[in-house]
Design a protein around this ligand. Sequence first.
Ligand code: NAP
Length: 267
Amino acid sequence: MTVLVTGARGNIGSRVVSRLQAAGQRVRASARDTLDLTAADGFDDALKGVDSVFLYTTRGSAAPFLNAAREAGVRHVVLLSSPASYEAAEFRGPIGRIHRAAEQAVAESGLDHTILYPSWLATNARRDWGAAIRAGGPVELPYPAAQCVPIHPDDVAETAVELLLHDTHRSRLQILTGPESVRLDEAVATIGATLGRSIPVREISREDALVRREAWMPAEILESLLESAAAAVGRPASLTNTVERITGRPARSLQEWVVENRADFDR
Ligand code: NAP
């Protein structure tokens, strides 16, 4: 079995690569600089002899890549999508549109595929709050009472690997969640409990959140995320047992991820 992993340096992609290697599978790891999924052609070498593909959602069309994959004899594609694709708050927003377009391209390619919908990646905590926590300052949240279901990135990767290698659980979609719905300020408190110090949370307005936007975060994407957080205030999110059903082990907690990554939050 040869698996092509796109985004092999990515948070989830790199974990997919290491787990496939640990399982003794042949892995072709690719990155955007050598295999741009939105290019018009030039995919033949990367796809030669490939049985299944781990695919990231891209901001341009991957249709030519997918057509080349079908012609090369690829048997299954696992697409990393997002619940933004169908959740009411983001459905019309850019995150929803980008992910639906990627799903449509996979469906139209005629390739057998599984779409993964992971909940809130635990790594968001490091991306969004890491700097503030390391600096000892407050974590600024526009919607501290918004609910999310943190999922450990290893659970997403391990589920993807199972689907890339075996056809038992392949189907059109798989909704992956962690074990518990928590408020965003409770997620911050979980990090504080692991670090052994209280991390202050400061509620800020939506307008301030937009003003303080990081340069790497496009304004329309932040607007969409804020929309989604506003809709999640006081609404515990649904849980699924998909991770356990597919991998055979229960989904890891946020606390487990924080313990493994506490160095990223230490002062
Ligand atoms: P990540 O670490 O940012 O990695 C994204 C990868 O995608 C990168 O390795 C990048 O390749 C690759 N990529 C993007 N465009 C490409 C292109 N045109 N050609 C080739 N490769 C391309 O992301 P992650 O944390 O693993 O996963 C994030 C994704 O998960 C989101 O984009 C979303 O689709 C989904 N998701 C996220 C959440 C969340 O809570 N954050 C929730 C549900 C779903 P290079 O490294 O070579 O640039």
